[in-house]
Design a protein around this ligand. Structure first.
Ligand SMILES: Nc1ncnc2c1ncn2[C@@H]1O[C@H](COP(=O)(O)OS(=O)(=O)O)[C@@H](OP(=O)(O)O)[C@H]1O
Length: 212
């Protein structure tokens, strides 16, 4: 990490740290004052998103259901598959809480980051003790992309959306298997809500935000 001068904040983004056993201890030893921001979304949607990303790089990948289920008739889930394991947020958080108190964390809702990006960015800025510089004015909804985009990024006069690898269409998955996955994650989600004191609303399959 580079040296951080007075008045500066150094940020580092590595999604896999949240699920890496050794990461909390190493980060704690580097600086116990580190603030931790974790973006979480419905673990079922997350698993499909993860699969979609791998599929784009490895077209010969087996189907989602072949990887997610040891046995589709009994509904036995393969928890050794990283796309499934990563979504057990409560388990990963337990590991972090051995080193950092909850007050050092901000959990950003991946769903709200899409439905209300300015609202989530407000939370991030407050958490970091920054002035609320990023507001509603900075975003617009791009119908072609199907996601919010920046009206005018810094150093550019043109609007900018995230790249093609963000917001890919997901493959259709059998509804029965999705429900089984939703059931699998439910107790872990409940535990995660309890641990964080925040209900992320991943209960149902009804709304398009949380659905699959
Ligand atoms: N504004 C905007 N534009 C495009 N995409 C957006 C946006 N906000 C959130 N998202 C969601 O971000 C998901 C990809 O982020 P990842 O977490 O996979 O990124 S990372 O690879 O871990 O850095 C990506 O997941 P997929 O839809 O599965 O591709 C998006 O749903």
């Amino acid at each position: 990490m580079p040296r951080t001068l007075e008045g500066q904040i150094t940020m580092e983004k590595t999604p896999s740290y949240f699920v890496t056993l050794e990461a909390p201890k190493r980060i704690y030893n580097m600086s116990k004052d580190t603030k931790l921001i974790v973006v979480v979304r419905n673990p079922v949607t997350r698993a499909i998103s993860d699969y979609t990303q791998t599929l784009s790089k490895t077209p010969s990948l087996p189907t989602f259901q072949a990887l997610a289920f040891k046995n589709t008739s009994t509904g036995t889930i393969d928890t050794s598959w990283s796309a499934i394991r990563i979504g057990i947020y409560a388990k990963h958080l337990e590991n972090w809480l051995q080193y950092f108190p909850l007050s050092k964390f901000l959990f950003v809702s991946g769903e709200r980051l899409v439905s209300d990006p300015a609202g989530e960015m407000e939370r991030v800025q407050d958490f970091l003790g920054l002035k609320r510089v990023i507001t509603d004015k900075h975003f617009y909804f791009n119908k072609t992309k199907g996601f919010p985009c920046l009206k005018k990024p810094e150093g550019s006069s043109k609007p900018r959306c995230l790249g093609k690898s963000k917001g890919r269409p997901h493959p259709d998955i059998d509804q029965r298997l999705l429900l089984r996955l939703q059931d699998f994650y439910r107790p872990y989600n409940m535990k995660f809500y309890q641990m964080t004191g925040h209900d992320f609303g991943w209960g149902g399959l009804m709304s398009s935000e949380n659905s699959l």
